[in-house]
Design a protein around this ligand. Sequence first.
Ligand code: NI
Length: 146
Amino acid sequence: MTTDDAGLARFGVSIPQDLLADFDELIRQKGYGSRSEALRDLIRHSLVESASLQDEGKRQAVGAVALVYDHASREIADRLTDLAHDHLALVISSMHAHLSHSVCMEVLLLKGPGHAIRTFADQLISTRGVTHGKLVITSLVGPDAR
Ligand code: NI
């Protein structure tokens, strides 16, 4: 990484060609002037989203994590199953679908403290081999929020 006089840091990014092509198309559709500007916006968005969710704190929440992964990287199914077994108290249910010869989708329903759900979901989504992952989470309010 290098930093110039204006305080701008430059770094190299390794990214599959087709993913970059899709990103460039998105940049074009949204009217960004450059990849750098689009990437800065994405990073800011992630930081804001993360910060606004920190007050979820210890309140009870429910979440659904959807994971799409490449079944061909063999160890990933075992890794995801191990993670679920390590978080028995959080996992209500899970569902698996075989999308194609090599692609699988898994959805886990979670219930527990908001921060615990978020941490576990981050762990699942960042597992090597997961090509797409998303958490939908909402806090429970009222008499059920214990
Ligand atoms: Ni499968």
